[in-house]
Design a protein around this ligand. Sequence first.
Ligand code: 7TS
Length: 416
Amino acid sequence: MTTSTQGVFNIGAVRADFPALAREHHPGTPLVYLDNAATTQKPRQVIDELDRYYREYNANVHRGIHLLSEEATAAYEEARLKVRRFIGAASRREVIFTRGTTESLNLVAQAWGRANLGPGDVVLSTVMEHHSNIVPWQILAGEKGFTLRFLSVTPEGKLDLDEYQRILASEPVKLVTVAAVSNVLGTVNPVAEMARLAHAHGALILVDAAQAVPHMALNVQSLDADFLAFSGHKMAGPTGIGVLYARRALLDAMPPWMGGGDMISRVTLTGTTWNELPYKFEAGTPSIAEAIGLGYAVDYLTGLSMEAVHAHERMLTSYALERLAEVPGLTLYGPEADERGAVVAFTVQGIHAHDVAQVLDMHGVAVRAGHHCAQPLHDHLGVAASARASFYLYNTTDEIDALIDGLYAARRTFRI
Ligand code: 7TS
C-alpha cells in the first residue's frame, strides 16, 4: 500500500486517520474498501468524539437545565452551525437534522408535498434516482392524485436538458426532484442550471445530494436549491444522522411531519402550536451523538478542503476508468471522467455481478453488486445488476490496481 503523497494531500497521513483501513480483510489480505457510495469509513477524530460524548457529557438536549444537558445541547447546536457553514445555508434554522437522506426526502414529501400537491400537478424526477427519491413520491401520488414524471437518461448516462425544458414549458410541474450525482452512473447533473430553469417555470427544486455533499464543495445558495438532502454516514460521519436543508420561507409555511416532544410550543388537549425552526421538524430525542459526530466529520473534511478531496477523487476516477477499459469484456456505465463523481459501475460479460463481487471479496476488494437501489435505472440499462466501485478521499491508485487484478482473477475463475 502506498504511503507516498498522492494527489493534493498526504494520503499516508489521511489513511492513518481511519482505523478500519488498517485491518485485514481476510487473514493475510489487506482491506481495499471501494464501497464508499454505500457508506464511508470513519476517522478517529469522529470515533473519538462519539466515545467522549458517551463517556463525559451524554444527556438529552433542549430539556434539562443541568450541566450535562447544557453541554450536550451546545455540542448538538454547534454541529448544526458547522453544517450550516459547510453547505452555505443562510441560517441555522434552515438546517434540519434527520436520520439520513431517506428521511429528509420523505420529510419533504410528507410535509411540503402533502400540503401542496394535488390532481393536475406534476412532480418531475429522473430515471437515475435512488429508490428513496422515487418511492416516497409514488406513495404520495397514490394518495394525492398528482402525476409523477421521469426524465430519461441518454446513452452517455446524462439527463437530456432539452427534454427537461420541453416538459417544464408544457406541463404544470410544481417540483423537480433530482440527484446531484447518480449513485450508479456517477453522473454529475447540472443541478444549478436545472434549478434556474425550474424557477423560471415556477417550480421548486429538491436536490438529493447524498453522493455530492461528501465529495465536492457545494453551496446551497449559489445552487439556488429549495430543498437539499444528504446523509452523514457517506461523508465520514456516523450512521443515523442526515440533513434536510430548506429555504426558511418554505419551512415556515410547511406543516410539521412527525409530532412529539421538542417540536411543539404549547400542547393542550384540544390543539397544539409548533416550536420555532428548526425544531418544528425535529420531533423526539434526536440522534445527539451522531449529530455531534457529523460536526466532527465536517471539521475533518474542511481541514482537508473539499477542493482537495474532489481533486483527489477525480484523479482516482480517471485512473479507474482508464484501467477498467483495459479489461476484456467489461462494460462501463456512465459518462466520461470529467463529468462524473467517484462512482464506477460496470458489468463483465459472462460473469454475474454478484460473482464478480464475490471473487473481488476473496481478493480483499470490497465493492457492491446488485441494483444499488436504482432498479428503474438498471431496467433502462437492460441489466439486472452491476458491480460498483466507489472511491473516497483515502483511496489510492494502488487500490484500483488491486481491483483490476481481482477482475482478471474473476475472468480466470470463470474461464472467460
Ligand atoms: N440518494 C442517493 C443518491 C443515494 O446514493 C442514497 C444511498 C440515498 C439517497 C439514501 O441514503 P440513506 O443514507 O438514507 O440510505 N445510496 C446507497 C448506495 O448507493 N448503496 O448503499 C446506499
